[in-house]
Write a protein that binds this ligand. Structure first.
Ligand SMILES: [Zn+2]
Length: 98
């Protein structure tokens, strides 16, 4: 009789654990999804601000005041480059748009 009681309790615990895992999994996926939306919104808003920004800045390479696009290289160095300089550099250097 006690054996059946122990088995019943174990099954109950497994069931409770399974429900807890299911709940945390679903809440995590919801949180992750909301994060993705949040990040994409942030990214699109930063791109908009780059396009709208009225103040042009000095290019890191040719020192001319132009509309710049900011890039980061492999070493984490950030440089603002105009379109002409970006074309000149081309594929010689790995640049990642910020
Ligand atoms: Zn330039």
């Amino acid at each position: 009789m006690t054996v059946w009681l122990i088995v019943f309790i174990i099954l109950l615990l497994i069931g409770a654990a399974w429900i807890a895992i299911a709940i945390t999994k679903s809440s995590n996926s919801v949180r992750r999804r909301s994060n993705v939306i949040h990040l994409s919104q942030r990214r699109s808003s930063s791109i908009d601000s780059n396009i709208i920004a009225p103040g042009n800045q000095k290019c890191s390479r040719c020192n001319q005041v132009k509309k710049l696009i900011f890039y980061s290289n492999d070493g984490g160095h950030v440089a603002g480059l105009c379109k002409e300089c970006r074309k000149d550099i081309g594929d010689k250097q790995e640049l990642y748009p910020i």
